[in-house]
Design a protein around this ligand. Structure first.
Ligand SMILES: [Zn+2]
Length: 536
């Protein structure tokens, strides 16, 4: 039995006192994979290892309630397209990468900025100038928009007269030719289906990169928010190879067109993970996309888009069908993880969970609606009433170029001014959990917490919707106990004797610094089940 004591630090337990403050103490003692004592008891007990906390701050390790580890890890191995300032710069980068990788038939890139082209329409011809002879497939950082060259369009038989999918949009030019921009997977899945699966070595490198990155940010639990059947084996192999420094739950993707046929597969995946896994991987969750994203005008709205008055966006599900699907997976003991961005998408998610709770027997459910960007005022209280967790990606709740370039013109001033209502929904009694949606945006929880607390772009910048800010304590809770609740982990999310020894040690008390510097606080240590996974 190995014991470790961390002392000379503020230990933030996560437990609320009657005053509303969070209980803190000054030391924590870990034995093997459990926290066994706090404060004076911890200090007066012999330990094999004593760590000087250097006046820093110790809390339960963070969980990421919505993240795409394999996508993020693979992105590092594709052509670089992120953080560029124009479509032509992206095309040039892709061209240079393609010329230096002549053996790669399909040239891929992930994470380009979809705000760089007017109305988010990227032309195949811009890529053709660099790569005319091989297919190029680039996915935007929103993961809903894809930009391809003419060779990719040709291979997918996308030409004049192509039929539009019901669950996506092949953006056409005035002469009816596909432009090269494909919105939602209904439009880009036919292209993706032509591409070879990345080889196992690439996938293992991706998982390993992701896991090390998360550990460096203080994370010990992750929700992989989009897993297809082939992904189950990837995670089991990664666990067997010892590549995982976190606990991971897999959200198995429900296809609106074939969810009934998928039900057996969901149960088989869950059983396989239980049989072959070593306890680090679970498959207890089903992922639903209620809608798309507002930036691409595919987020489903109750009232029409301002810039496109005939469109209310693109629900991915028929609302009645989604009720049946959520009820079906709920009856099988799965948790529903529902992507919902527009107010109609959110309402679909709330209606489906409400329906399932009416027709099925009660159990300890952990339903979650993720992103929760625009909620109709009539629906705000329903999260708490139905018992649906509201998951936010706090890094998004600032008035950035996504807002100014794409979202605000589409929503108009009224709806623009009621996005990401974290404070309101929390005050109405709902459980809040946080996530990153990495690689969409940074995986670092402290960077997200900074935005949740300030809702500012930087010093001197205006505060966006000040009433929706939350306290540092509330933001830390959303990223620790909030995600642990979402995960169904009753022994995690708080620092208390008996809890699993998942801990993060950061250099400063985030309640005591300028809130606009919280994101820069160094992470000094991370522990997962008592095992140190990161040393800063
Ligand atoms: Zn996502």
């Amino acid at each position: 039995m190995a014991t470790t004591r961390i002392e000379n630090a503020t230990v933030w337990t996560g437990h609320r006192l009657p005053s509303g403050d969070v209980l803190t103490t000054d030391a924590v003692l870990v034995r093997d994979d459990r926290i066994v004592a706090l404060g004076g008891t911890a200090r007066s007990t012999d330990a094999d290892e004593v760590i000087d906390g250097q006046g820093g701050f110790v809390l339960a390790a963070f969980g990421d309630g919505h993240v795409h580890p394999v996508f993020g890890g693979l992105e590092q191995q594709f052509a670089p397209v992120r953080d560029m300032s124009s479509p032509l710069e992206i095309a040039a980068s892709v061209g240079a990468w393609a010329r230096s990788h002549p053996e790669t038939e399909w040239v891929r890139g992930e994470g380009f900025d979809h705000t760089l082209a007017p109305e988010g329409i990227f032309l195949a011809s811009w890529l053709d100038a660099e790569v005319p002879d091989r297919p190029v497939v680039l996915r935007a950082t929103d993961y809903h928009t894809v930009w391809v060259n003419s060779e990719a369009l040709r291979r997918a038989n996308y030409g004049v007269g192509i039929a539009q999918p019901h669950d996506g949009e092949i953006v056409l030019s005035d002469d009816g030719m596909p432009t090269g921009t494909l919105r939602e997977w209904g439009a880009w899945r036919p292209v993706y289906n032509l591409m070879p699966e990345p080889p196992l070595t690439m996938l293992m490198d991706a998982v390993s990169f992701a896991s090390r990155s998360f550990a460096s940010a203080g994370i010990s639990w992750i929700q992989d928010a989009w897993v297809e059947p082939s992904g189950v084996g990837v995670w089991l192999t990664a666990e067997q190879r010892g590549l995982l420094d976190q606990q991971v739950d897999l959200a198995l993707w429900a296809d609106p067109n074939s969810w009934r046929e998928q039900l057996d597969g969901f149960q088989a995946s869950r059983a396989r993970v239980a049989a072959e896994g070593g306890g680090q991987v679970s498959a207890r969750t089903i992922k639903f996309f209620a809608d798309g994203v507002i930036e691409s005008a595919t987020g489903a709205l109750i009232e029409p888009y301002c810039d496109c008055p005939h469109s209310r966006g693109l629900p991915n599900w028929d609302p009645e069908e989604m009720k049946l699907a959520v009820a079906a997976i709920d009856a099988l003991g799965f948790t529903a993880h529902i992507h919902a961005i527009g107010d109609f998408g959110v309402r679909m998610g709330l209606d489906a969970t409400e329906y399932a709770s009416r027709v099925n027997a009660p159990w300890d459910r952990r339903w979650v609606i993720v992103h929760t960007q625009l909620v109709d005022p009539a629906d705000l209280a329903r999260f708490a009433e139905i018992g649906v967790i509201a998951n936010f990606e706090p890094y998004w709740s600032k008035f950035d170029s996504w807002q100014t370039e794409l979202t605000a013109p589409r929503l108009g001033p009224d709806r623009t001014a009621r996005q990401y209502q974290t404070g309101t929904i929390a005050n109405l009694g709902a459980t809040i959990s946080f996530g990153s949606d990495w690689p969409v945006t940074t995986y670092a929880p402290l960077e997200g917490i900074q935005v949740a607390v300030t809702r500012q772009m930087g010093p001197g910048e205006p505060v966006w919707l000040p009433d929706e800010r939350v306290s540092v304590d509330a933001a830390l809770s959303a990223y620790t106990s909030g995600v642990a609740y979402q995960a169904g982990r009753s022994d995690a999310g708080y620092v208390r004797p008996g809890a699993v020894a998942d801990l993060a040690w950061i250099a400063q008390d985030p309640r005591a610094v300028d809130p606009l510097t919280i994101g820069a606080i160094p992470v000094l240590g991370t522990w997962y089940r008592g095992r140190r996974t990161f040393t800063g």
